[in-house]
Design a protein around this ligand. Structure first.
Ligand SMILES: C[S@@+](CC[C@H](N)C(=O)[O-])C[C@H]1O[C@@H](n2cnc3c(N)ncnc32)[C@H](O)[C@@H]1O
Ligand code: SF4
Length: 347
């Protein structure tokens, strides 16, 4: 059987794995054992499953495929221990993930797609378009591999690497289910953040699931006109529609929404921008994350002065809006998101 036709065993939930085992003529309790190997012990191959008979391992190899991504490179920051990983997928594609240490625990930022088709002007991940969405197992294995490599527990997961998670929606939902499953890694839903450029129907659908995960909206502008300059997705979903979807998310889940705002010098960092932003999001239970734009060589966007960034934050706070300036992690190894992969691919 071709690899592609085989069941992606690490993407199955326990119920599906039980059905799969029954189809192979095995007892249901075997499913629990194998699920443990896949998601608690995080086995990289079937041969690691020492309490499973050789015959069953052969049957599993014949009928299923165990996704295990390969660490191709890692850059480690001398400043704060941030690690940037490059992983090789079975089909030869490469993706990036980042491990960060915070006071409240270790956090992993994962990719959800190979490339992205959303075309945001400042983002390196989209320069070569979308190749494909990642499977639930490929999303999970970024966390498993990093846990193995560092030997440390991962307590927070942010879906903020390459790709638009809402453009890979079913796989995203399955990934969250597996990640937060009490029989698996059991990460609390509250410690999971999904960031989107604003695909309104999917944001609303996610809200209806009433999960306890945090939704982060990449807002980056305070008016429809300015957002259009930076983010082509604004052609499809108007800024007020996107804000309404955020309000809906809060209503359905009770979870405070995060607005990400990449500050670009001379583009969205003026007094008028901050005034418009206050007007746009006033009254919403939210938090604003200000991120000085990370320049990429393909565009001439620059970071504002530190003074301008601080002023921007202070003005938001004066208007009663919670705001932080995102601390740059791994400054010495940093390239903007997606740049390590681009360099690896030789462009
Ligand atoms: C790479 S995206 C992935 C998640 C999702 N596609 C989104 O846009 O929210 C994660 C965040 O990184 C931001 N980002 C992308 N390129 C950036 C850059 N050069 N400087 C600062 N932030 C950037 C995005 O705007 C977004 O808020
Ligand atoms: S910012 Fe997010 S949605 Fe926009 S191009 Fe980059 S990855 Fe895609």
């Amino acid at each position: 059987m071709d690899q592609k036709e085989k069941t992606d065993i690490r993407s199955l939930n326990l119920k599906e794995l039980t059905v799969f085992m029954e189809q192979l003529g095995e007892k249901a309790f075997r499913a629990k054992q194998i699920y443990q190997w896949l998601h608690v012990k995080q086995a990289a191959s079937f041969d690691e499953m020492t309490n499973i008979s050789k015959a069953l391992i052969e049957k599993l190899k014949e009928n299923s495929h165990l996704v295990s991504i390969k660490q191709e490179a890692v850059q480690i920051s001398k400043i704060d221990g941030t690690r940037k990983y490059l992983f090789l997928l079975d089909d030869g594609n490469v993706i990036e993930s980042v491990f960060m240490r915070y006071k409240h625990g270790n956090s992993v930022c994962i990719s959800s797609q190979v490339g992205c088709r959303m075309g945001c002007r400042f983002c390196a991940s989209t320069l070569d378009g979308l190749v494909r969405g990642l499977t639930p197992s490929e999303m999970l294995d970024q966390i498993y591999q990093i846990g193995r490599d560092t030997g440390e527990r991962v307590s927070n997961v942010v879906v903020m690497g390459t790709g638009e998670p809402m453009d890979n929606f079913d796989n995203l939902l399955k990934f969250i289910e597996l990640l937060t499953d009490e029989n698996g890694l059991n990460i609390s839903q509250r410690n999971v953040t999904v960031s989107t450029c604003g695909i309104v129907p999917r944001m609303r659908e996610l809200a209806d699931k009433k999960l306890q995960i945090t939704l982060a909206l990449s807002l980056h502008a305070s008016t429809q006109e300015k957002r259009l300059e930076l983010m082509p997705v604004a052609n499809k979903y108007e800024i007020h529609e996107v804000i309404d979807a955020c309000k809906y998310y809060f209503e359905q889940t009770g979870r405070r929404v995060t607005f990400e705002y990449s500050l670009v010098g001379g583009v969205n960092d003026t007094d008028e921008d901050v005034r418009n932003l206050c007007r746009l999001i006033k009254g919403i239970n939210c938090h604003v994350n200000l991120i000085p734009v990370n320049p990429i060589k393909e565009r001439d966007y620059v970071q504002p002065d530190v003074r301008v960034t601080t002023e921007f934050k202070n003005k938001l706070e004066k208007n009663g809006i919670n705001a932080t300036i995102r601390r740059e992690m791994g400054r010495d190894i940093d390239g903007a998101c997606g740049q390590l992969r681009k360099r690896y691919m030789g462009s």
